[in-house]
Every structure is written in C-alpha cells, then in structure tokens.
Design a protein around this ligand. Structure first.
Ligand code: F6R
Length: 231
C-alpha cells in the first residue's frame, strides 16, 4: 500500500491542494479523468472553475449515475457535472452511465467496456459514511466491474438532503465497480468532516474487508488522500 496522506485543517488550503494535484497530473500528460459528484467535490469544482485549467483535450468518466432520473433532473449526476464543472470547463468528451437506458444492465457492461478501452490516468473519489466508493455498497466484491446497484437505506438517507424527501431518492444506480476504480493510475481521495472518520480509519488502519469497500484501496499503488481529520 503506497498512500500519501495530507491532513489540512484549513479547507481552503485542502481544496487548493486538490486543484494543484490535478494541474500537476495534466502537466504530466494525463488525459483521462475519472470524476465524482457529492458535496465533498463542490469546493474543488469551484476552485477548478476559477482556475485556468484546460480540459478541452481530455476525456472524463463519471463514477456513477442514478437509475431513472431524467438527465435534465436537477439531481441527476449529469446535471450536477454540467452545473459544477462541464459548462465552465468542458472536456473533449464526458462520459456518464445512462441511467435511463432501456436495459441498464447492458448499459453497465457497455460503460465498463468504454472505460477499459480508455484507461483512467486519474480518479477522483469521495467516501460514503458506510465506506462506499462510487456506489459500491458494503458487501460488493472487490473484483466487481461497472454494474447496477440497489442503494442502501443509509445511502438514500444521506442523499435525501438533495431531494424533497427520501421517497424521491432513486433506489438504484449504475456505478463503476471496485476493480474499475482500482485500475486508475492515480487516485485522489478526499475525506472531509467527522462523518468520514470511520471509513477513513478503516482504510488506513483496518483489515481489508468487503464490509468497508474503501479498504479495497489498500491494494492500490498510488493513492493520495486529502483530509481535515487527524488520524
Ligand atoms: C459520488 C459518489 C459517492 C460520493 C460519496 C460521498 O459520485 O460516487 O461515492 O463520493 O457518497 O458523498 P458526499 O461527498 O456528498 O459526502
């Protein structure tokens, strides 16, 4: 396990560091970027929007998308990415799983194929309170590829803050699998706030277990963690 961890209590500095890491990757020739949504990424995308970064010759792949939300829905991940990043910083091509595909299982297989052909130079990751990465919930095998998942009640509860009520939170999503994520050359994991302490501790100090999906990262060769938590 080669983990480079930086504890930055000042969130402005933490996200500035995140931006600097992405800029450095671009300078080193990275062209394929795996992206994430979620509250953790908002300040990072704000910094990217205000920067001079140019992704116009790069390709992006998002980790996941809800099943059943129209692309134009305010909480679809496609809308999230457009509003927070792509409108200001377009990529040559931006891929997200199509949560409205007639056959979502086939869509997951097709997405995995695109991903394998592209090969990610970089993957941005947050973590769920239950240790999920992407929407790989506890119990997901580490050799999983892109697939359709049923979201746990705790994840739907955590995401209900973005909807009018928990009933509106989709029950399923398409997510890159754990092995899809592990193939990326470099992974930048951002964990901010006390709610992320347990999964982060499990990654850094715990035994590897599918019950805490983020512990799969212990097998990766090049992980950078930015956190405000003293661990
Ligand atoms: C987002 C994603 C999720 C989030 C995680 C943390 O595309 O795949 O794994 O990174 O749920 O979400 P926030 O940042 O809202 O705490």
């Amino acid at each position: 396990m080669t983990i480079h961890i930086e504890v930055l209590k000042d969130l402005d500095l933490l996200y500035a560091k995140g931006l600097a890491i992405i800029e450095a990757k671009l300078e080193q020739g990275a062209t394929t970027f795996g992206l994430a949504t979620g509250g953790t990424m908002l300040p990072l995308y704000e910094k990217i929007r205000a920067s001079s970064i140019d992704f116009s010759s790069c390709v992006s792949f998002n980790l996941d998308e809800y099943v059943g939300l129209p692309a134009t829905h305010s909480e679809s991940y496609r809308t999230f990415m457009r509003m927070n990043l792509f409108d200001a910083k377009p990529f040559a091509k931006s891929e997200l799983p199509d949560g409205l595909a007639a056959d979502v299982e086939a869509e997951a297989i097709a997405y995995e194929e695109k991903l394998q052909n592209a090969h990610l130079n970089f993957q941005l990751l947050g973590i769920g309170e239950n240790g999920h990465i992407g929407f790989n919930e506890p119990g997901t095998p580490f050799d999983s590829t892109t697939h359709v998942v049923e979201l746990t009640q705790s994840t739907r509860q955590a995401n209900a803050r973005f909807f009018n009520s928990i009933d509106e939170v989709p029950t399923h999503a398409i997510t890159m699998g754990i092995s899809s994520i592990l193939r990326a050359d470099t992974i930048l994991l951002i964990a901010v706030g006390e709610k992320k302490r347990r999964p982060l501790e499990a990654l850094l100090k715990g035994d590897q277990t599918t019950e805490v999906p983020v512990t799969a990262l212990q097998d990766h060769k090049n992980i950078i963690i930015l956190t405000d938590l003293d661990i």
